[in-house]
Ligand binder design. Structure first.
Ligand code: AMP
Ligand code: MN
Ligand code: MN
Ligand code: MN
Length: 286
């Protein structure tokens, strides 16, 4: 077992997608960085949903532990009636244009949480806003916090089921929102000195044709990279995503999308990128 892991995960451990308690992760920024260091990660990006609030705490922890931290954010984007996630990596978290954009998305999130709680109330689930706020530890509650509340209050057996029953598009309490436009998100990121990376392209359930249109539009709008490896995925999918990256002239990224210990992929436990990909982190790793 040791040998297999050593072979599979040799080389620099790079993980450019992770969440803290500043959005829907369960570890504080400092604890996230400490866990990454423990897992042997050398280069970590903290990419909370629509906020860079965790960056400064993560930076301090990373400096102490000798790990390189990339300041990042995962921006919610509305595109053709869908929600996409765009990572801004290596951003200046204080840049005014980015900060103003994220502030506006925070307001969308506040209203969405209220409307979601109203919908739950209507089907007989009381106290969801307070419950989700509690799960969010004082931050703005996202769908994961509602899912955790629903489980804690006995309305679902686990968070997967809570999503399926109440929170996904088409479910009873889904609330659709107007997130950032694609051009706006890319402009905030580049103004803040960062690079835009399309997160988990395979997770949008797009047809091949629609995915190609998205990648072309993303590239034309100034998108720089795409996640070729996101969380646990098959080698086949990795090869397919690597082909798309080459075809659309996008740099390749990889990230665990870590949210909590014991659920989903562990920090840094990612296979290497296919050889013919150009890593988005090439200039940061040194
Ligand atoms: P939000 O940005 O608040 O709408 O929440 C999006 C987050 O919810 C994603 O980043 C995931 O962490 C989580 N999520 C979305 N869909 C599901 C699902 N079907 N099952 C479990 N978690 C999900
Ligand atoms: Mn999330
Ligand atoms: Mn995402
Ligand atoms: Mn994520």
């Amino acid at each position: 077992m040791e040998n297999i892991e050593a072979r599979e995960f040799s080389g620099p451990r790079v993980d450019l997608h992770s969440h803290s308690t500043c959005s829907d992760g369960v570890l504080s920024p400092a604890a996230l960085v400490a866990r990454a260091a423990q897992q042997g990660v050398d280069l970590l990006a903290i990419t909370d949903h629509d906020t860079t609030a965790g960056v400064s705490e993560a930076r301090t922890a990373a400096a102490t532990l000798g790990l390189k931290l990339i300041a990042g954010v995962e921006i919610s984007v509305s595109w053709q009636n869908r929600v996409l996630h765009v990572l801004g990596l290596n951003v200046d978290p204080q840049h005014p244009e980015l900060a103003a954009g994220l502030q506006a998305l925070g307001e969308v999130r506040v209203v969405r949480a209220e409307r979601l709680a109203e919908k739950l109330e209507k089907i007989g689930i009381a106290g969801a806003l307070a419950g989700a706020r509690e799960q969010a530890g004082g931050g703005i509650p996202g769908r994961n916090h509602f899912a955790r509340f629903l489980v804690a209050a006995g309305h679902a057996r686990d968070t997967q089921r809570a999503f399926k029953r109440y929170l996904v598009r088409g479910a009873s309490c889904h609330v659709s929102c107007e997130w950032a436009g694609l051009d706006a998100a890319l402009s905030w990121i580049s103004s803040a000195g960062g690079v835009s990376v399309l997160a988990h392209p395979a997770r949008y359930k797009l047809t091949n044709g629609a995915l190609r249109r998205l990648l072309a539009e993303f590239r034309a709008a100034g998108g720089v990279g795409m996640e070729v490896i996101s969380g646990f995925q098959t080698a086949d999918l990795t090869a397919t995503m690597a082909r798309y990256a080459r075809q659309f002239d996008l740099l390749a990224s990889r990230g665990s999308d870590f949210h909590e210990p014991g659920a989903g992929l562990e920090l840094g436990r990612l296979p290497p990128l296919p050889e013919d990909c150009t890593p988005v982190w090439q200039s940061w790793a040194a």
